[in-house]
Design a protein around this ligand. Structure first.
Ligand code: AMP
Ligand code: ZN
Length: 492
C-alpha cells in the first residue's frame, strides 16, 4: 500500500502523490501568540507531528513550514472585533512583540514536552510583511481587490470557486450569512487584505504600503509565507476544522487568485478536542483561547500527568474524530501508557538489559508482519489507534525474539514519539538496581556473621577455622582489617 490521505477538498480518501517525487512539503497554520496554547490547540500540533513523522517514516524528504501569527488576527475570523495581539499587549502594558516572543517561546516549550518536532521553517508574520504586500499587488493587478473606507478588500465575486473547500457556493454562503458589521464590504464574504488606520487608529505595528500606512489582514500571511518557502504549488496544507469556512477558504482565493493555478493538493483538517459533557450540562464545552478559560499543558502537569500521557491520549483517537477530554480519560491513558512501558521493560529484561537496536536486523516473518500492520495503519490516513494496537501486538508477541521486539518498538516510536525504549530502560534499571541493593545487604549480613565466627574461633584458639574464614572472604573479594575496635572489612 502507499499513503492515502483524506482530502477535505472533495471530501474523499486519495493516494498521496507528491509534486516532486520523494519530497513532501507541507504548511500548517501556526498559533496566534497572544496567550498560551490550550490543549485543544496542542491536539492540532500533535496531529501535524504525526503527519510530519509518518512522511519521514515512509521515506519522504519533508519540509514542514509553520507560521507564527503576531499581527492582524482579529478576535473574529471575518474581520470583526479587536486585534488579539494588541488587546493583550494593552492589558499587560507590554509591547506586541514582547507578548509575541513570550508566547512563542512557551509554545515551543510545549512542543519539547510533547515530543513534537520543531517545523523546518518557522516564520513570523511581522517579518514577512513585504512578501504579503507583493502578493496583494499581484491580486490588485488581476482585478481581485477594491478599496473602501480606507481598507483594501478581496472581492470574492471575482473568484468563482470561492467556497469550494467548505463545499458551499456563494449563494449558500449568502443565505447563511451572519449580520455583517463592515459596511464597506460589497459582499459579506469579502475580506480585508490590508487595513489602514481607519479601523484601529492607534495600531502599535504599522507598515507603509501602496494602500497607505497600515497592516495586513490575517489570511494573507499564510498565502504569502507558504509560497515563499514551498513554492506556488504545495503538497499539503493543514489546520483545525474551524479554519475550513473562512481562513482556508480565503487563503485559497488569495493564492489561486494571484497565480491562476491550483495551490494545495491535499487539505488535511483535525477535528476538535472538546471538554466532555458534565452532569447537568447540555453540550460539550468548546475550549476558546480568547475566553481565557481553558486548560494548558501545564495544568495537566500540575495535576500529576506526564505530557506524554496527553500525547498517548491523543494518539488513541483518529485525528478526524472529535475527542472529549475528561480527567478519567486522562487517568486511563496514564495507566495504559504505564502498563505499556512496563511490558516493554520486561522485554528489555528478557534481552538482558541490552537495548542497542542500531544494527539493522533481518526481521523474522512474524516480526515483519507487526511492522507491516503498523505501516499500513499510518498509510491509511494516519490511523494512530490502529498503529498503537500494532505496537501492543508486537510487544505482547512471545513468538518473536526480544531483540526483534525492541527493534520494532524503536522503529514504531520514530512516529509515535513516546520515548518507549528510554522509559522501559529506566524502569528496567530501577528494578535491577533494587535487586543489587538487596543482594549486597544479604552479602553484608553474611560477612558480618563470618567475621563474628572468626572472632569466636580466634578466642577458642581454633586458628585453622579463623584462617579458613579469612581465605573464604578473600575468595569473595573481601579483605579483613583487624582494628582495636574489632575486625572491619573492605572490598579488594
Ligand atoms: P489559533 O492559535 O487559535 O490560531 O489555533 C491554532 C490551531 O489550533 C489551529 O489550527 C486551530 O484550528 C486549532 N484548534 C483550535 N482549537 C482547537 C480545539 N479545541 N481542538 C483542536 N484544534 C483546535
Ligand atoms: Zn493559516
Amino acid at each position: 500500500m502507499s499513503l492515502r490521505l483524506y482530502n477535505t477538498m472533495g471530501r474523499k480518501m486519495e493516494d498521496f502523490v507528491p509534486i516532486t517525487p520523494g519530497k513532501a512539503g507541507f504548511y500548517g497554520c501556526g498559533p496566534t501568540v497572544y496567550n498560551y496554547a490550550h490543549i485543544g490547540n496542542l491536539r492540532a500540533y500533535v496531529f501535524l507531528d504525526i503527519l510530519d513523522k509518518t512522511l519521514s517514516f515512509l521515506g519522504y524528504d519533508v519540509t514542514h513550514v509553520m507560521n507564527i501569527t503576531d499581527i492582524g488576527h482579529l478576535s473574529g475570523d471575518a474581520d470583526e472585533g479587536e486585534d488579539k495581539m494588541v488587546k493583550t499587549a494593552k492589558e499587560r502594558g507590554q509591547s506586541v512583540l514582547e507578548i509575541a516572543q513570550f508566547y512563542t517561546d512557551a509554545f515551543f516549550e510545549d512542543f519539547k514536552k510533547l515530543h513534537i518536532r520543531r517545523p523546518d521553517i518557522v516564520c513570523k508574520a511581522t517579518e514577512h510583511v513585504q512578501d504579503m504586500i507583493d502578493l496583494i499587488k499581484r491580486l490588485e493587478e488581476k482585478g481581485h481587490t477594491y478599496m473602501a473606507g480606507g481598507n483594501l478588500y478581496f472581492d470574492v465575486s471575482t473568484f468563482p470557486d470561492y467556497g469550494k473547500l467548505a463545499c458551499l457556493n456563494l449563494d449558500d454562503l449568502k443565505a447563511g450569512a451572519r449580520v455583517e458589521v463592515d459596511q464597506n464590504k460589497k459582499n459579506p464574504f469579502d475580506f480585508v487584505l490590508w487595513f489602514t488606520n481607519s479601523k484601529f487608529e492607534n495600531q502599535a505595528l504599522v507598515w507603509d504600503s501602496p494602500w497607505g500606512v497600515g497592516y495586513p489582514g490575517w489570511h494573507i500571511e499564510c498565502s504569502a509565507m507558504s509560497m515563499k518557502y514551498l513554492g506556488e504549488q504545495i503538497d499539503i496544507h493543514t489546520g483545525g476544522i474551524d479554519h475550513i469556512p473562512i481562513h482556508h477558504t480565503n487563503e485559497i482565493a488569495q493564492s489561486e487568485g494571484a497565480t491562476g493555478k491550483k495551490w494545495v493538493n491535499y487539505w488535511l483538517h483535525n477535528e476538535f478536542l472538546v471538554i466532555a459533557k458534565e452532569k447537568g450540562q447540555d453540550a460539550e464545552d468548546k475550549m476558546s483561547k480568547s475566553s481565557g478559560n481553558f486548560l494548558t499543558l501545564q495544568s495537566l502537569i500540575d495535576k500529576g500527568y506526564d505530557p506524554l500521557d496527553y500525547r498517548f491520549f491523543l494518539l488513541g483517537a483518529h485525528y478526524r474524530s472529535q475527542v472529549a477530554f475528561s480527567w478519567p480519560a486522562m487517568d486511563s491513558a496514564k495507566s495504559a501508557r504505564k502498563a505499556l512501558n512496563q511490558r516493554i521493560a520486561k522485554v528489555v529484561e528478557q534481552n538482558k538489559g541490552d537495548t542497542t537496536t542500531e544494527v539493522a536486523i533481518v526481521l523474522s516473518q512474524a516480526a515483519q508482519a507487526h511492522l507491516d500492520k503498523f505501516t499500513a495503519a499510518l498509510e491509511n490516513d494516519l490511523a494512530t489507534p490502529q498503529a498503537l494496537s500494532a505496537l501492543q501486538g508486537a510487544v505482547k508477541d512471545n513468538t518473536i525474539k526480544p531483540k526483534e521486539i525492541l527493534y520494532l518498538v524503536k522503529k514504531m516510536d520514530e512516529v509515535l514519539s513516546l520515548a518507549l525504549l528510554e522509559q522501559a530502560e529506566a524502569l528496567y534499571k530501577e528494578k535491577t538496581e533494587v535487586k543489587e541493593t538487596h543482594l549486597s545487604d544479604r552479602e553484608a549480613e553474611e560477612i558480618r556473621q563470618l567475621l563474628e565466627e572468626r572472632t569466636s574461633a580466634k578466642q577458642a584458639k581454633n586458628y585453622a577455622r579463623a584462617d579458613e574464614i579469612r581465605a573464604e572472604l578473600t575468595n569473595r573479594g573481601i579483605q579483613i582489617i583487624d582494628t582495636p575496635q574489632g575486625p572491619q572489612w573492605k572490598r579488594i
